[in-house]
Design a protein around this ligand. Structure first.
Ligand SMILES: [Cu+2]
Length: 124
């Protein structure tokens, strides 16, 4: 990745953060504390970190906010068979979805549209 691309991505991310803070101070606060970004190019199987951070550690009762910064929709769906413990449904680009984690534990999740996208929430 060259410097020009890094600079451009930094500007985009700074702009998105600024827009978030200006439009909704409460959302901006929660994003800074417990936020996961669905990264640009998340659906690319070569993407090293489609959910960033791939693993997030929060205390019980915390709300985690996922922000889709990709150009296509994604889901945040708990692993396991049957009815998932949580499932965002499709999150459109530039939209957020949040879930509150009351019980301690490790919760692995994926994107149901692109099952190779995986992340983890550690509550404790
Ligand atoms: Cu996806």
């Amino acid at each position: 990745m060259n410097n020009q691309k890094i600079l451009t991505m930094s500007l985009i991310m700074t702009s998105l953060l600024t827009i978030g803070i200006l439009s909704n101070p409460t959302m901006a606060y929660s994003q800074m504390s417990n936020s996961v970004t669905i990264t640009l190019g998340a659906a690319d199987e070569g993407n090293f970190e489609p959910f960033s951070p791939a693993a997030i550690e929060v205390s019980p009762g915390s709300t985690v906010v996922w922000t889709n910064e990709d150009t296509t929709q994604h889901t945040v769906t708990a692993d396991g068979t049957g009815s998932p413990a949580f499932d965002s449904g499709p999150i459109p680009p530039e939209m957020t979805w949040d879930n509150t984690f009351d019980s301690p534990g490790t919760f692995s999740y994926h994107c149901s549209i692109h099952p190779w996208m995986m992340g983890r929430v550690m509550v404790g």
